[in-house]
Design a protein around this ligand. Structure first.
Ligand SMILES: *Cc1c(COP(=O)(O)O)cnc(C)c1O
Length: 398
């Protein structure tokens, strides 16, 4: 037998973390990595955050799981706290991002169904989008690497180019339910939606009775220097998905909606056994205890600015390798010039300089540090990145 015990769908590398300390990961042999990947934007407060640890330990000892057949004081409290700080009126908690996307798609379709327009089932989504790996979520992207071999996929999705407002509006017809879009594309290449694009989609939704569904699973929860990335645009969505940073590593996601957009989601239409159990709600509360402290998001914005400035100074020293900086706040990406390949460069930084980053589409690599990094982590990152750029020799064809 040659198949591995873990289904071999990930190209797992030799970093085998056994412990985390703030912004550092420690491997099996005690080697230390500066973690600017943070579980792909999950460990927003770093590893082993004392408050999160304490709250989870207490909750495990008190009550871990009960069925959603019972009342949930823990869920009501977390939902109310999120609602008090954003556009939403109601929330469905899930165990992952993809499940939040599933709930969002169902919520959007049900809205038109109960509105007497059951034909309006189609969501316009965007090229290079990433919404997760369930059948619904892979149907909502045009990326062949996620779709190949899994057809037939769910019908009801069209794909426009990201940041191309006219292209998106041209796809609207009488069957369109709305748009499903990442406010800042993550996996696809760290491209922020332009203000004209995001506001233009909102306006079209308002004028034509469609729903704006934002996927903020990666860019939400403080990552861009605001609680949610849509706040940069002066608009609000009708439905929104969050996950990743929401539980600092405890599996938790959420589908948020306005009262109007959620009007089809009545008793019996949706469910989840684990979704929103007391342990998950404790994780969500512990994260908000820290994030909603005065000045947290302002600090992320400032730290993001500092990191960006440091990168801007570094880039010209390696202009055969680095093309440009993308993203917002502490959701930054650097596009590489060929023949450099982002996946190889990420491996090089990891193996030779013990700096963890994440590859993305469009030859970009991502810097997604814990939101609590300090000046010395930025300095350390720049030092390792600079050394990595000097020592990197991309393979060429000859
Ligand atoms: C990670 C991600 C998802 C999927 O989340 P999972 O928890 O892996 O299911 C969906 N959308 C975006 C924008 C993401 O970054």
């Amino acid at each position: 037998m040659s198949i591995t015990p873990l289904m071999p769908v990930y190209p797992r590398c030799d970093v085998r973390p056994v412990r985390g300390e703030g912004c550092w990961l420690v491997g099996e042999r005690g080697e230390r990595y500066l973690d600017f990947a943070a579980g792909i934007a999950v460990n927003a407060l770093g590893h082993g955050h004392p408050h999160v640890t304490k709250v989870l330990q207490d909750q495990i000892a008190t009550l871990m799981h009960v069925s959603n057949l019972y009342g949930s004081p823990q869920g009501e409290a977390l939902a109310q706290r999120i609602i008090d700080n954003c556009f939403a009126d109601t929330i469905f908690f899930t165990n992952s991002g993809a499940e939040a996307v599933e709930c969002a798609i169902k919520t959007a379709r049900r809205y038109h169904y109960v509105n007497g327009q059951p034909n309006r089932t189609k969501l316009i989504t965007f090229k290079n989008a990433f919404h997760g790996r369930t059948m619904g979520a892979i149907s909502a992207t045009d990326q062949p690497k996620m779709r190949d071999g899994f057809e037939p996929l769910a019908p009801g999705f069209d794909y426009a180019a990201f940041n191309d407002l006219e292209g998106a509006l041209a796809l609207v017809d009488e069957n369109t339910a709305g748009f499903l879009v990442e406010t800042v594309q993550g996996e696809g290449g760290m491209t922020a939606g332009t203000p004209e694009f995001i506001r233009g989609l909102r306006k079209a939704c308002d004028e034509q009775g469609m729903l704006l569904v934002l996927d903020e699973i990666q860019c939400g929860y403080g990552r861009t220097g605001k609680f949610f990335a849509y706040e940069h645009y002066g608009i609000t969505p009708d439905i929104m998905t969050v996950a990743k940073g929401i539980g600092n590593g405890f599996p938790l996601g959420a589908c948020l909606a306005t009262e109007e957009a959620a009007k089809g989601m009545v008793f019996g239409t949706h469910g989840s056994t684990y979704g929103g159990n007391p342990l998950a709600m404790a994780a969500g509360m512990a994260v908000l205890d820290v994030m909603l402290e005065d000045g947290f998001f302002e600090r992320v914005e400032k730290t993001g600015e500092r990191l960006r400035q440091a990168l801007e100074q570094l880039l010209p020293n390696h202009d055969a390798l680095f093309e440009e900086i993308r993203g917002k706040g502490l959701m930054l990406g650097i596009k590489l010039k060929e023949p450099a390949v982002s996946r190889d460069f990420v491996a090089h930084l990891r193996d030779n300089h013990r700096l963890l980053t994440v590859a993305a589409g469009d030859n970009v690599f991502r810097l997604l540090p814990p939101l609590v990094i300090e000046e010395d982590h930025i300095a350390e990152c720049i030092e390792r990145l600079s050394a990595g750029a000097r020592s990197y020799a991309p393979l060429t064809d000859d």
